[in-house]
Ligand binder design. Structure first.
Ligand code: SAM
Length: 285
């Protein structure tokens, strides 16, 4: 069954009386090439955790190359559809649930014991950022996280310092992973077509965070505060977030990054780490 064919999608729709729910981000992929790119980017893993299988288009491709695929789908109406479209695959398990409410650590432990795991998903737009934030912050034991997201979101996640796209979410992504935009996918490659273009983003999970910090929570507090008001200087942003006198903060920033009037988007991860380590020592001491 070729689920990338719009004709086949219509036929499955009419067989099950299925109508797309915009609110659940139901835009199904219709390109073999893009499916192949996602599978390739996910790399050689024994297990794949998929989020939002829809009709099972990507699930089929993943099941061809991995030993086991576990897919979490929120929409109950899709369960009988997936039974039908994935009938040939005995290495796929569908879990009915909300990815945001699922304990992913224990799921991986139970479903993929002693297996290498990657995450692959054509994510619903309405929860892209919370899902990615969760996947990263929870430090899942995944090799690669490959997600199809809105193009602009992919650009923000993979941005370089000094660009307008660089922000707190970029630092989060680059702290835990090495991100790379694999391909851009025009809206016309989905049924129904969304309003925006998409991109496949591969995040290769690093064995250790890309910078060493004394206190991770404090590091991310510094990062968030530095981007909270983009037009303000680092000095003003950080003074608003920490109870440290301006003269002292000026000294901390001069030591850490040279000039306290810089803007957050010009700072490398190393520089954020330096600032947070100095603040940590001051608060500790
Ligand atoms: N994987 C399919 C494809 O590539 O064609 C469908 C992707 S579609 C963009 C997103 C899917 O995620 C839909 O099937 C939708 O029902 C499901 N979904 C939406 N919110 C979800 C949630 N919170 N947890 C799990 N799945 C969800």
């Amino acid at each position: 069954m070729d689920l990338t064919s719009p004709k086949e999608i219509r036929s499955v729709q009419s067989k099950f009386g299925f109508t797309f729910k915009k609110g659940l981000g139901q835009n199904f992929l219709t390109s073999h090439e893009v499916l192949d790119e996602i599978v390739r980017a996910a790399g050689q893993s024994d297990g794949i955790l998929e989020i939002g299988p829809g009709f099972g288009t990507l699930t089929q491709s993943l099941a061809e190359s991995a030993e086991k695929v576990v897919s979490i789908e929120l929409d109950e109406r899709l369960l009988p559809v997936l039974d039908y479209t994935l009938a040939e695959y005995d290495n796929v398990k569908i879990i009915h649930g909300d990815v945001m409410k699922t304990d992913l650590h224990s799921l991986i432990k139970t479903e993929f014991p002693d297996m290498s795991v990657s995450v692959a998903a054509n994510l619903p737009y309405y929860i892209t950022t919370p899902v990615i934030t969760r996947l990263l912050e929870e430090k899942l034991p995944a090799k690669n996280i490959v997600v199809m997201v809105q193009k602009e979101v992919a650009e923000r996640l993979a941005a370089r310092e000094g660009t307008k796209d660089y922000g707190a979410i970029t630092v989060l992504c680059r702290y835990y992973t090495e991100p790379e935009i694999v391909t851009v996918v025009p809206a016309s490659m989905f049924v129904p077509p969304p309003k925006v273009d998409s991109a496949v983003l591969k995040m290769k999970v690093l064995p250790e965070p890309s910078v060493k910090v004394k206190d991770e929570k404090l590091f991310f507090k510094v990062v968030k505060a530095s981007f909270a008001q983009r037009r303000k200087t680092l000095l003003n942003c950080l003074c608003a977030a920490f109870p440290i006198p301006k003269t002292e903060m000026t000294e901390i920033l001069t030591n850490a990054v040279g000039n306290p009037s810089r803007r957050g988007e010009t700072l490398s991860l190393d520089e954020f780490a330096k600032i947070s380590d100095i603040i940590f020592e001051r608060m500790d001491g």
